[in-house]
Ligand binder design. Structure first.
Ligand code: GTP
Ligand code: SPV
Ligand code: MN
Length: 592
């Protein structure tokens, strides 16, 4: 067996567990050769050059988009596949009604047959990676084995991968095993299996995003949420953003919105010109690991090192930081192309698409030019607003947790939970319109507690209990809020301008955290009075703001009934506190 690259360190320093695992995968999958990633910039350039040579990557216009490339995925492989994603625990109840479940033995047997000989004629890439700063006690390591160079390049951007991670694994001895093959990209031979009790992942048949970049959703959310429960912390689908106000105070906010509901955009927001004196710093755009600190506060790290962000909608007006960030050293997946090889997507005011995301001549009759789930992969350090604290070993202290969904009605622009316990109910009650981030119907409201429906690696009832327990350990817990940037009028237009203007809502939250802003009791929680949202410089009619902050008791009574019916699915495992909190809200609404 030839080895395409030397091991990135002497054999003696390597974890035996890693080499033995790589050997066993090699004999099962039969690759032509094995390549160990060292994580260097030169390696990334070499892998990209190989992908360009064999036609898998297309070099974009080098004047306008230097070092940028386009990847067109298999047209049947464009998003996460929740119906093919399983949690394989010994007991089905541990996976809960929120997950597809398969018994681990059956799952392993099924996957072994899929993987047998699957890498013949291909190269096997070994990617040791660390989620979080390599020297942080809060970080966790994994190794992904894949037969896709595209996946390897993505992992090299999205994680701290290579030599340092491998060295940490050598010292620690434990790591999450992620085995991946694109197979034949066949949706009928596709499974994303998780074995939290074994800290392992087996993914076959997809090369796309969360299905294939195993450090991301599979490890940093599904497996990590399981580990976090055992170890007393939280692994969440949250952005982390730092906001410095005019007084010079910096507050960090962690916000959970479902897939394609605005995390990347909020994490990188640009303060509107009419709100001078604010500065915004991105710590993370998708995943937060939250730990109770010795000081009684909650501390957060971003386990990732890059962004795998939604492209459509990005432009100079909505998000200039993102727009500028993705103009160099960026890997685009499934966008359209202009005549002079510039990437193009819906929401871009300039340029004209010539070929669509599948490389066909663009024809509007066939749908959008860029796939609605087209993505950019880019290193976090390319973000002009990247926080200087992204590599802090203990993370940043969180002042507020924000839950939010995409709701054309019901949910007001913002409200605050009465306390942590109520906040857990607010998070568990989340519902949101589905998006193109996962295969399936788009735009239907579904339950998505804490934006974790696709990502919680265990029974939601146990997860909510864990949230209550973590809160009970905090002497200075973050305040908890709920937002909705997506409320619409009867003509279907968004009532709230969104994007950078969202800072106006965050500013109110920060005033709440600092004990300076008042609230009124809205039954479902605490709401700002309209005059407490700073709308200077914003052309927003006062009645629009009142509508945005209104609570329709009739709609909300129905919402609470639906929430109760949903939560009762969890039966006896549901923490009693949640029934109590639900009862309080129902009583407040009935009285109001
Ligand atoms: P994932 O990466 O899938 O987890 O998504 P995300 O939550 O990071 O979503 P992202 O910020 O990429 O936004 C998804 C879509 O929502 C994009 O098309 C954005 O342009 C749009 N969007 C983001 N923020 C806002 C907002 O405040 N208002 C409106 N109307 N649209 C927004
Ligand atoms: C999401 O769907 O929430 C994403 C994209 O962040 S993926 O990496 O495909 O999961
Ligand atoms: Mn996400």
């Amino acid at each position: 067996m030839s080895t395409a690259s030397p091991l990135p360190m002497p054999m003696s320093q390597l974890s035996r567990a890693v080499t033995e695992w790589v050997d066993s995968v090699r004999s099962l999958t039969q690759p032509d050769d094995v390549y160990w990633c060292d994580g260097s910039a030169s390696e990334r350039h070499r892998l990209i050059a190989e992908l360009v040579r064999n036609g898998q990557l297309l070099r974009l216009n080098p004047e306008q988009f230097p070092d940028c490339h386009l990847y067109r995925s298999h047209p049947g492989d464009v998003a996460r596949v929740e119906h093919l994603t399983y949690i394989c625990t010994r007991s089905q109840a541990d996976a809960g009604p929120n997950n597809n479940w398969m018994d681990p033995q059956t799952a392993h047997a099924k996957m072994r047959e899929l993987f047998r000989g699957a890498m013949r004629g291909r190269r096997l890439y070994v990617i040791p990676y660390c989620m979080g700063p390599v020297d942080s006690p809060l970080a966790r390591c994994g190794v992904e084995i894949t037969d896709s160079a595209y996946v390897a390049v993505n992992m090299l951007i999205m994680t701290r991968a290579g030599r340092d991670a491998l060295e940490r694994i050598g010292h620690e001895g434990t790591f999450v095993r992620g085995l991946h093959s694109v197979g034949e990209f066949d949706p009928d031979r596709r499974f994303i299996m998780h074995f939290p009790e074994e800290l392992s992942i087996e993914s076959f048949g997809s090369g796309y995003g969360g299905n294939a970049l195993l450090g991301k959703k599979c490890h940093a959310l599904r497996i990590a949420s399981w580990q976090a429960r055992a170890e007393g912390w939280l692994a969440e689908h949250m952005l982390i953003v730092g906001l410095r106000n005019r007084r010079g105070e910096t507050h960090y906010i962690a916000a959970a919105f479902p897939s394609a509901c605005g995390k990347t955009n909020l994490a990188m927001l640009i303060p509107p010109a009419s709100l001078p004196g604010w500065e915004v710093f991105t710590v993370g755009d998708d995943i937060a690991w939250l730990h109770p600190g010795a000081d009684g506060r909650l501390w957060a790290i971003n386990p990732e090192a890059g962004y795998f962000g939604v492209v459509p909608g990005t432009n100079r007006q909505t998000n200039r930081n993102a727009y500028e960030m993705i103009r160099r050293e960026t890997l685009f997946t499934n966008v359209a192309l202009t005549a002079d090889n510039q990437p193009w997507w819906e929401g871009l005011p300039e340029g004209v698409p010539l070929t669509d995301w599948q490389g066909r001549p663009y024809d509007p009759a066939r749908g959008p030019a860029a796939h609605p789930n087209s993505r950019f992969t880019v290193a976090a350090r390319r973000n002009p607003a990247c926080s200087p604290h992204v590599n802090d070993l203990r993370g940043v202290p969180i002042s507020a947790i924000v839950f939010g969904g995409r709701r054309r009605e019901v949910a007001p622009l913002v409200y605050e939970a009465r306390d942590w316990r109520h906040g857990v109910l607010v998070g568990a009650s989340m519902a949101s319109e589905t998006t193109a981030a996962a295969v399936g119907q788009v735009g239907v409201v579904r339950r998505d507690p804490m934006a974790m429906q696709p990502f919680c690696g265990y029974n939601f009832a146990d997860y909510w209990r864990h949230w209550l327990e973590v809160g009970a350990r905090l002497s200075r817990p973050p305040r908890i809020f709920h937002v909705n940037w997506f409320r619409r009028n009867s003509q279907g237009r968004f009532l709230w301008p969104g994007y950078g203007e969202n800072l106006r809502v965050l500013a109110w939250m920060i005033e709440r955290c600092a004990g300076r802003a008042g609230v009124r009791d809205g039954g479902i929680g605490l709401l700002p009075r309209p005059e407490e949202i700073d709308t200077r410089g914003l052309s927003l009619e006062p009645e629009t703001l009142r509508a945005l902050l209104s609570v329709d008791s009739q709609l909300w009574r129905r919402e609470l009934d639906e929430t109760r019916a949903y939560l009762e699915q969890y039966g006896e495992r549901l923490p009693g506190e949640m029934r109590v909190e639900l009862g309080k809200s129902a009583a407040a609404l009935a009285g109001g």
